[in-house]
Design a protein around this ligand. Structure first.
Ligand code: ASP
Ligand code: MG
Length: 420
């Protein structure tokens, strides 16, 4: 008998029929002798619908009082789906109880709409488990020190599930979703993309932060910190498939590096169109430049990703970096108004039509020439690289957005990711 946490995403909870399917699947696991905690998302579209209503009433408010109400509002989506799942389980003859975040409680800080979990009390849940009940815990939400309902940021139910699994020392956290695992890249872009049977936690962390949308990045950080065994699998298999087969399906996120070292050097290709590039041109090349430019950006609470400084010519240099596209206009304004005049730079130019494409693999640690293979493959396609950044286990390039799919396909092929 094991203690197992299941998480079901919005699509898996998308209708009463699907909720009934989830209930049957969970009941199967419970009847196999496992203690079950289930963390559902809101029914698909519900969070957007609720937030849309708020926007109709007050389009662009961003203050604490408003954000508090957004959380009050958005959290109802998970409260509804959790209660419905408990009802469906009961109708399957399975004792079940659902709890909102504050009832567990899942304690968070007070950062409304992006709260962080601080602690989870497992006493109440354990009592129910001991009494033979399936416990449903709302995803995406918690309660702050003043008793306000908080939410964890979009996609936050993944994090709820992993945090509950960590707090309960669960044997495994299974993330049921509308894809059947983690792929070498997005199959919508590369039809030959393959499901990985295992991926290391570090690779998953990179992939999540580089644009793979399978898991909320914070859930992966949590899994790493507490070593929660985590698996991503499909909720669209028939609910009554053999439980042993199901338990081995999908993608397991492992902490066993050695096993992985034997495998492919590159495990996956990630990409995103979330960033924009900004260049400050004709900056006097002297100490303090990076600080003056990026310090101003940081003071405005804007996050910077890639950074490049060119070699200088006649005492002047160009300085480029990327920010999130949502921050693009604001950053441009800030630089034009404050930084360029103060520095005596020539101008600021910007380009939002870029994308970032990355290769990820822990095998890069022990193999040389991986990045150059990437560059060669892009050059063979005639794709110009605008920026490069590397870490121990990834290489990212910024290229023109219109070449994104071409680049991803070429790299997928170059690194033999279509071959098992
Ligand atoms: N319902 C929330 C959202 O749509 C949380 C989640 O689904 O993980 O972002
Ligand atoms: Mg999700």
């Amino acid at each position: 008998m094991a203690l197992i946490v299941h998480k079901y995403g919005g699509t898996s909870m998308g209708s009463t029929e699907r909720i009934r399917n989830v209930a049957k699947r969970v009941a199967k696991w419970a009847r196999a002798g496992h203690q079950m905690v289930v963390v559902p998302s809101a029914m698909s579209g519900e969070t957007n619908r609720l937030l849309g209503l708020a926007k109709e009433l007050a389009p662009a408010k961003t203050n604490t009082a408003y954000d508090r109400e957004l959380d009050m509002l958005a959290s109802t989506g998970e409260q509804a789906s959790s209660a419905l799942l408990a009802i469906a389980l009961q109708s399957e003859g399975m004792a079940s109880v659902s709890y909102a975040g504050w009832q567990v409680p899942i304690k968070t800080n007070s950062a409304f709409t992006k709260a962080r979990i601080e602690s989870i009390d497992d006493v109440r849940v354990r009592k129910d488990l001991a009494a033979g009940r399936v416990v449903i815990v709302t995803g995406f939400q918690g309660v702050d020190p003043d008793g306000n309902i908080t939410t964890l940021g979009r996609g936050g139910s993944d994090t709820s599930a992993v945090a509950v699994a960590a707090a309960m020392k669960a044997d495994e956290c299974l993330i049921y979703t509308d894809v059947d695992g983690v792929y070498t890249t997005d199959p919508r872009v590369v039809p030959e993309a393959r499901r990985l049977t295992t991926v290391s936690f570090e690779e998953m962390l990179e992939m999540a932060s580089l644009g793979s949308k399978v898991l909320q990045i914070r859930s992966v950080e949590f899994a790493g910190k507490y070593k929660v065994p985590m698996r991503v699998l499909s909720s669209f298999t028939p609910w009554d498939i053999d439980i042993n087969e199901e338990a081995k399906s999908g993608t397991l996120i492992t902490f066993e590096e050695d096993e992985k070292m034997e495998q492919a050097v590159v495990s996956g290709i990630a990409f995103n169109r979330d960033e924009a590039k900004i260049s400050v041109v004709g900056v006097p090349d002297k100490p303090g430049i990076a600080f003056q430019i990026l310090g101003a950006v940081a003071d405005a609470n804007i996050e910077v990703d890639m950074i490049i400084q060119n070699i200088s010519k006649e005492g002047k240099t160009d300085f480029s970096f990327t920010v999130h596209r949502n921050d693009f206009a604001r950053t441009m304004d800030l630089l034009k108004e404050k930084v360029v005049p103060a520095l005596g730079a020539t101008e600021v130019t910007g380009d939002a039509k870029i994308c970032k494409v990355s290769i990820v693999g822990i095998g890069m640690r022990s193999h040389v020439g991986i990045a150059s293979k990437m560059f060669r493959s892009l050059s063979e396609e005639g794709i110009n690289i605008q920026m490069i950044s590397t870490s121990e286990i990834k290489t990212s390039v910024v290229i023109d957005e219109k070449y994104m799919e071409l680049a991803v396909r070429a790299l997928h092929k170059a690194f033999d990711l279509d071959q098992a």
